[in-house]
Design a protein. Structure first.
Lengths: 154, 763
C-alpha cells in the first residue's frame, strides 16, 4: 500500500491504494466517482473509458501507480452542467437504452473529437470499435457524434 | 420460480379496478406523505363474464399532492426498454399532467402491493396499459368534478391540461393541487363510468417521449446496481465451482489474506443439483474493503473442488450426439397434423437439413451485482433485478426470515435480457451479509459472468420438408433437441418443455397438410435460463431458413411463398394438433389475443414494400427475408448483406415491419427493434459458448464476442403498422427473425446456405 496523489477533474485527490489497483476502482471505490463503469476489467469493452490528459484510456487497465502527474477527466468532469456538445447530441438522438455503457462511449467520443473534430463515418466506427453496447445503440451513437462534430466550430 | 414467468400459468382473463388507497399505502410504496389523494389500480383475475375472482390486490399508485405534485410509481424494472417512462406517460396522458413535473418513484418488490413485477416476457405494456390509463382517467374525473362544482359549471365543459383543470368556455384554470384535497373525498367512479381519451386526444401515447433518465445517464449520475452503496459497505468477489453441481472440499487462503484490504474468506454452500433458477453456485467468497482487494484475493485462493457429475461435459460432443439423434429416428410427438409418413412416401422432392446453434451468454454490460444489509432480523437489498419479488421470496427462504422482513430496492439495470430475472447473485449477497454482519456488495467480474451464466442452451434440429407432385409443400417434420430450461430446476427433464415448444415450434402457422413436430432427449449439464426471445431464436432460425430453401425448390419468391403458405385470413389455434395440453399463447386467452394471419400478411407486405424486395443488387449482395410472431407481436424482417471475397459480411440495411397493436412510445418501439437487430447480429455472426471438461472455455469479451460498431447493421428501418389494437410487447419480438433473414441474405449474395450459427464464411 502507498499514497498516491492524482488529479481528477481538476481536483487533487490523495488515496491509499495497492500500486496495481486500476484507476477504475480508485475512481469508484476510493474517490466515489461512479459515472465510470466496470464492464470487463481487461480493456475489451470501453465502459470504463476516461481521459488521461486528452487521450481516452480504459481505466480498468491503468494502474494507479502509472497515473503520476497526468490529469484525469471522468464523465463527471467532462462538462460543468452535463452540457458538453456530445452529451447534448446524445440527448437529441435519444441514444441510451439501459445507459450503462454510455458514459464510456461519450468519453471515448469526446477524446476523438478533441484530436479529430470532423471525423469521417469510418473514423468514428474504427475509434468506437472498442466500446461495446449490448443494447445495440451503435447507429444512434454514430449519429450523435456526427451531430456534435458538425455543430463544432473548428 | 416460474419458468418464463408468464403472468399466469392458467389462462385467465384479467381485469382492473381503480380504488382509493390510503396515504399509508403510498408512503410504504416510497412516496412522500403530504396532503392530496392517492389512487391505486388493482388487477384481478376474472371469469369470462368479467366477474371478479380471488383477492383484491392493489398494484400501482398515482398520487396528486395538495401542492400539485403528480407522483407515479414505476413498478417494473428498467433495463433499457424504457418502461420507467412508457407506463408513467400513459397515466400522465390520461390525467392531463404536466409531464415535465411528474415525479417517478421506483417501487420496491412487493407482490401484494403491485401484482406481478417480474419484468420479463415482453408483457409490461401488454398487461398494464389499460390499468394505467384508467388510473389517470379516474384521477382526472375526480379533479374535474371538484372544479366544476366550484365554478358551478357542467363537468362536460371541463378538461385537464398541464396539471390544471380548465373550463373550456371561460378559460378559467385551477391547478391540481388546489383540488386534490376535495377530490380525495369523492367516490371513485364505477368501471363503466370511466371515460378514457380517444386516440385524437392523446398528447403522449403514440408519440416519441425521451426516457426520464436520459440526462442522468449522459452525465454519469444514473444509479445502477453497481453504484448502490451504504456506509461501511464491504465488497465480496466469489470463486465459484467451475462445474455446475460441484462443491467445495477445502480451500487455502493464506495468500488471499495477505492482500491488504482483505477481511474475511467465507465458504458458500451452493444449491448442488438441481442448480435451480434462484440459488447460488458453490464457492468461496473473499470479502474486502474494496473491489480490487477482493478481486486480487479471489485470484490467489486455492480451492479443492468436488466437481460432481458434470465434470466431463463437452458441448461439442453433445452437439455431435444430438445430430445423430435428431436425424436418426422418431422422437416424442409434440404436434401432429395429417400424415407426414404418407406425405414423405408420396413426395416428389424431399429436403432434409440439420441446424445447429451454440450456447449463448447474456453478457449484460453491467455484470450481476447486489448489495445486502442484514440487521436486527431485517434484510434490505439494492440490486439490478428484473424480478424483485422472486428475489425477495428466495432471500426470505434462504435466510429463514418472514417475507415482510426482506425489502428489495430496484436500481436501474445495466442490461437484463433475462439474466437478471434470476436472483442467485442477490442471494449470495444476503447470505454473506447475514453470516458476517457486514453490509456486503457482491460484485461479479466479467469472467464470472461468462463462466457462470444461466445460459441460452445449444440446440440441434432437423427439418424434413416434402414437396408433392403438384409442387405443393405437402409435409413438415421438425425434430428438436436441446437442454431444457426446466432441467435447471429438475434434472430428470430430458426434453423441451411446453413453454419452450410454444416459442416458435408448435406455433408453426403455415398451411401444410401434414405437420409433425417431435422432440428428443438432451441432457442438461449447465445452468440454462432464458435469453431475450428464448427458444424462438433457434427454432425460427431452422424454420425460416428451411422455408427459404423450400421456396427456391418450388420456384417461388420467398415473400410470395410465405404469403401463400399463410393462406386466407383466419385466426389460428393450435390446440387440436398439440399432443399434450393446450397452446399457451404467452399466457393470454387466445380468444382475446388470436393468431391472425391477416396481421402477419400485413407486416410481410409492408416490409417487402419498404425494403424494395425483389430489387436487383450487385454481385456479392443480397436480400433475405423472415417473418415471425412472438410474444403476440407480428414481425417481418428483410436484411441486406454484402459479402466480400474474404467472406466478410456487412449489413448496410435492415427493414422491420411490426404490428404491436397500439405503439405507446414510438421511439422506444423503434429503439427496441434497432437493439434487437444488433443483439441478434451478435449471435448470428460472433457469439458462442463452449464447454470442455464441464467448464466454459471463454473468459471475457475477447473469447465471447459480441458485435462491435464496425460490423454492426448500419441502417435499421422500423416500420410500425398503425393500429388501435391492444398493445403487445416489443422487447423480444425483433430478435427471432433477424438471424434467419440474415442467413437467407447470405445465400442470396453467395449461394451458400447457412446451417450453423454463428455464420462462418471465412476459411
Amino acid at each position: 500500500m502507498a499514497n498516491y496523489s492524482i488529479s481528477v477533474n481538476g481536483k487533487q485527490h490523495t488515496v491509499e491504494a495497492l500500486e496495481d489497483m486500476p484507476l477504475l476502482w480508485v475512481l469508484r471505490d476510493l474517490i466515489g466517482l461512479k459515472g465510470t463503469k466496470f464492464g470487463c476489467g481487461v480493456a475489451q469493452c470501453g465502459a470504463c473509458t476516461v481521459h488521461l490528459n486528452d487521450t481516452a484510456v480504459r481505466s480498468c487497465s491503468v494502474p494507479v501507480s502509472a497515473v503520476g502527474e497526468n490529469k484525469i477527466t471522468t464523465i463527471e468532469g467532462l462538462s460543468e452542467h452535463g452540457d458538453h456538445p456530445l452529451q447534448l447530441a446524445w440527448q437529441k438522438h435519444l441514444v441510451p437504452q439501459c445507459g450503462y455503457c454510455q458514459t464510456g462511449q461519450i468519453m471515448n467520443a469526446a477524446a476523438l473529437l478533441k484530436s479529430n473534430p470532423k471525423p469521417s463515418e469510418d473514423e468514428i466506427e474504427q475509434t468506437m470499435a472498442g466500446n461495446l453496447c449490448r443494447c445495440g445503440t451503435y447507429n444512434r451513437i454514430k449519429a450523435a457524434i456526427l451531430t456534435a462534430s458538425s455543430d463544432s466550430k473548428s | 420460480m416460474k419458468y418464463l414467468a408468464f403472468p399466469k400459468k392458467k389462462q385467465q382473463r384479467v381485469a382492473s379496478e381503480v380504488f382509493k388507497a390510503t396515504r399509508r399505502d403510498f408512503l410504504k410504496a416510497g412516496g412522500v406523505l403530504t396532503g392530496g389523494f392517492v389512487l391505486g389500480v388493482s388487477l384481478f383475475n376474472c371469469d369470462s363474464k368479467g366477474n371478479k375472482k380471488g383477492s383484491f390486490a392493489p398494484n400501482v399508485y398515482l398520487k396528486i399532492s395538495d401542492s400539485g405534485e403528480v407522483i407515479i410509481i414505476a413498478h417494473r424494472s428498467e433495463m433499457g426498454q424504457g418502461i420507467r417512462t412508457s407506463l408513467p406517460l400513459v397515466v400522465a396522458d390520461e390525467l392531463g399532467a404536466d409531464w415535465g413535473k411528474v415525479q417517478i418513484v421506483q417501487a420496491e418488490g412487493d407482490e401484494k402491493k403491485y401484482g406481478n413485477q417480474n419484468t420479463d416476457g415482453s408483457f409490461s405494456i401488454r398487461m398494464f396499459y389499460k390499468p394505467m390509463r384508467e388510473a389517470g382517467a379516474v384521477a382526472k374525473q375526480l379533479l374535474i368534478q371538484v372544479a366544476a362544482k366550484r365554478w358551478d359549471v357542467p363537468v362536460s365543459e371541463c378538461d385537464t391540461e398541464s396539471s390544471q383543470v380548465i373550463h373550456k368556455t371561460s378559460g378559467r384554470k385551477i391547478g391540481f393541487g388546489e383540488l386534490a384535497g376535495e377530490a380525495a373525498e369523492l367516490p371513485v367512479p364505477a368501471a363503466k363510468d370511466i371515460k378514457l381519451k380517444s386516440r385524437e386526444q392523446f398528447s403522449m401515447i403514440g408519440k416519441a417521449t425521451p426516457i426520464i433518465d436520459l440526462p442522468a445517464i449522459t452525465s454519469g449520475q444514473a444509479v445502477f446496481g453497481i453504484d448502490a452503496a451504504v456506509e461501511g459497505m464491504k465488497v465480496a468477489v466469489i470463486k465459484r465451482c467451475p462445474v455446475v453441481g460441484g462443491s467445495v472440499k477445502s480451500f487455502t487462503d493464506e495468500k488471499t489474506r495477505a492482500i491488504p484490504g482483505v477481511l474475511q474468506v467465507v465458504s458458500i454452500k451452493g444449491a448442488g443439483l438441481p442448480a435451480t433458477l434462484n440459488k447460488p453456485l458453490a464457492g468461496v467468497a473473499v470479502i474486502a474493503e474494496n473491489t480490487w482487494a477482493a478481486i486480487k484475493g479471489r485470484d490467489l485462493l486455492e480451492v479443492n473442488w468436488d466437481l460432481g457429475p458434470n465434470a466431463s461435459y463437452d458441448s461439442n460432443q453433445q452437439i455431435k450426439e444430438l445430430v445423430e439423434k435428431v436425424s436418426g429416428g422418431e422422437g416424442t410427438p409434440r404436434r401432429n397434423r395429417g400424415d407426414f409418413k404418407s406425405a414423405r412416401a408420396d413426395a416428389k422432392k424431399t429436403i432434409a437439413r440439420t441446424y445447429i446453434a451454440p450456447h449463448l451468454a447474456h453478457a449484460t454490460m453491467e455484470p450481476p451485482c447486489a448489495l445486502a444489509v442484514v440487521k436486527d432480523g431485517f434484510c434490505e437489498i439494492w440490486a439490478c433485478t428484473q424480478n424483485p419479488q422472486g428475489a425477495r421470496d428466495v432471500v426470505a427462504e434462504v435466510l429463514g426470515f418472514p417475507i415482510e422482513k426482506v425489502k428489495v430496492n430496484v436500481t436501474l439495470l445495466g442490461g437484463g435480457f433475462g439474466r437478471k430475472s434470476k436472483p442467485d447473485f442477490i442471494v449470495e449477497a444476503a447470505m454473506l451479509a447475514k453470516q458476517t454482519g457486514l453490509p456486503i456488495k457482491v460484485q461479479w467480474t466479467r469472467e464470472d459472468d461468462i463462466h457462470h451464466d444461466y445460459f441460452h442452451a445449444l440446440s440441434v434440429q432437423h427439418v424434413v420438408a416434402t414437396i408433392d407432385k403438384d409442387n405443393k409443400l405437402s409435409g413438415w417434420n421438425h425434430h428438436i433437441a436441446y437442454p431444457s430450461i426446466s432441467a435447471t430446476s429438475d434434472i430428470s427433464v430430458m426434453q423441451p418443455d411446453d413453454g419452450e415448444m410454444m416459442l416458435g415450434a408448435v406455433d408453426f402457422p403455415y398451411n401444410v397438410p401434414a405437420i409433425r413436430i417431435e422432440t428428443h432427449d438432451a441432457k442438461t449439464q449447465l445452468r440454462v435460463g432464458w435469453l431475450r426471445s428464448v427458444r424462438n431464436i433457434p427454432q425460427v432460425f431452422a424454420i425460416a431458413t428451411m422455408l427459404d430453401e423450400v421456396a427456391e425448390a418450388r420456384g417461388m419468391d420467398p415473400v410470395a411463398h410465405a404469403l401463400d403458405l399463410l393462406g386466407a385470413d383466419r385466426n389460428i389455434t393450435f390446440n387440436d394438433e398439440i399432443v399434450k395440453g393446450t397452446y399457451p399463447n404467452y399466457g393470454e386467452d387466445i380468444a382475446n389475443y388470436p393468431w391472425e394471419t391477416r396481421r402477419m400478411k400485413a407486416v410481410i407486405e409492408r416490409v417487402a414494400k419498404e425494403s424494395g424486395w425483389g430489387k436487383k443488387l450487385p454481385k456479392g449482395s443480397g436480400l433475405g427475408f423472415a417473418a415471425h410472431k412472438s410474444f403476440l407481436t407480428y414481425v417481418a424482417c428483410v436484411v441486406q448483406v454484402t459479402v466480400d471475397a474474404s467472406g466478410q459480411i456487412s449489413i448496410p440495411h435492415v427493414h422491420y415491419a411490426v404490428d404491436c397493436g397500439t405503439a405507446v412510445n414510438i421511439d422506444r418501439v423503434k429503439s427496441q427493434f434497432e437493439g434487437g437487430a444488433q443483439f441478434a447480429a451478435s449471435f448470428a455472426l460472433k457469439s458462442a459458448i463452449t464447454f470442455k471438461n464441464g467448464r466454459v472455455e471463454q473468459n471475457n469479451f475477447d473469447g465471447y464476442e459480441i458485435i462491435r460498431m464496425p460490423d454492426s447493421p448500419k441502417e435499421i428501418h422500423v416500420h410500425i403498422i398503425d393500429s388501435e389494437d391492444k398493445p403487445t410487447g416489443v422487447g423480444e419480438p425483433p430478435v427471432p427473425p433477424f438471424a434467419p433473414a440474415l442467413c437467407n441474405a447470405v445465400y442470396a449474395a453467395t449461394g451458400k446456405r447457412v446451417y450453423e450459427l454463428p455464420i462462418k464464411l471465412k476459411g
